[in-house]
Design a protein around this ligand. Structure first.
Ligand code: FES
Length: 289
């Protein structure tokens, strides 16, 4: 079929030079703005509860914590700080040496969700294009010719499967946080209730589950290594799970982008309800004390 066509096809030279007439640049540009904002926000919030440098003016260090809404007898913990590790406090906190008490609780745990997303196949495509111009776009000239694939330092991307295993532990932890958020306590009084904050936590778990169960590595773990999906009950269960994972995987980009937004939105809502600067209060939709 390539008869008469000279390969390689001629391409314009020079950064972003192309014969394409569509708005190919819109996607990568939007991605720079979206991912740039999300990373900046998560970094800011992740450090806010720490006890050093600029951040000691905010959060826990300034006399009020912004990690969880506790004001109305409920406990709505931001997913950016879950599981909550405060050196010297609680089961996990007691495992952390006290000389690390200057660290924000988020600093102990964010490496896992951040690593999971940073090594995700979809995000790799997105940020290679948006931030590294590797490539700039299909049939669009990039600033440099070399391409060495995911070698050298980028071999770290192979850790994706292991980050995925850790995220499978996160889902029950975040579900537990939702359960705590609907349990209201004050003194001897216990009650159930649902607030806007608890709905945020629930949606967050569901979105992260959709993202995690549609992960390419998860799909492989579920469906790989099997030559017979109908000959045994285990095989049939694997097939069903693989089908479910595949249907989520087909929209993996959407799960990736929307779940990221929802984590940050949930955190922002909790932040705004805990920092007096905003003056917000969590809205109780049903029950409560
Ligand atoms: S490929 Fe995206 S989370 Fe695994």
């Amino acid at each position: 079929m390539t008869e008469g066509i000279k390969l390689p096809l001629p391409m314009k030279k020079g950064f972003a030079a192309t014969d394409r007439v569509d708005a190919w640049w819109k996607g990568p540009t939007a991605m720079v703005a979206y991912l740039g904002f999300m990373v900046a926000y998560a970094t800011w919030r992740g450090m806010m509860e720490s006890d050093f440098w600029y951040f000691e003016e905010f959060g826990r260090s300034a006399g009020h914590q912004t990690m969880a809404i506790e004001s109305q007898g409920s406990h709505v913990l931001s997913p950016l700080f879950s599981p909550l590790i405060i050196p010297g406090e609680g089961t996990m906190g007691s495992l952390v040496p006290m000389w690390l008490a200057w660290m924000s609780p988020a600093m102990f745990i964010l490496i896992f969700p951040a690593g999971f997303r940073a090594t995700c196949y979809y995000y790799r495509k997105a940020y290679y294009r948006a931030f590294m111009q590797q490539p700039t776009g299909c049939a669009v000239s990039k600033p440099w010719d070399e391409y060495s694939g995911e070698t050298g330092l980028l071999l770290v991307q192979n850790l994706h499967r292991y980050f995925m295993y850790v995220m499978l532990i996160y889902l029950p932890i975040l579900s537990w946080d939702f359960w705590l958020s609907v349990n209201f306590h004050e003194g001897d009084v216990d009650a159930y209730g649902i607030s806007f904050g608890s709905i945020c936590l629930l949606v967050n778990v569901l979105m992260l589950a959709g993202y995690t169960f549609g992960c390419h590595a998860f799909r492989h773990v579920i469906g790989g290594g099997s030559n017979n999906w109908t000959g045994s009950p285990i095989g049939r269960i694997k097939y069903r799970l693989w089908k479910l994972s595949t249907s989520l995987n087909e929209k993996h980009k959407e799960w990736a982008l929307y779940s990221l937004f929802w984590v940050m939105f949930t955190d922002f809502y909790i932040y705004a309800c805990t920092d007096p600067m905003f003056g917000w209060t969590d809205i109780i939709l049903w029950g409560g004390l």
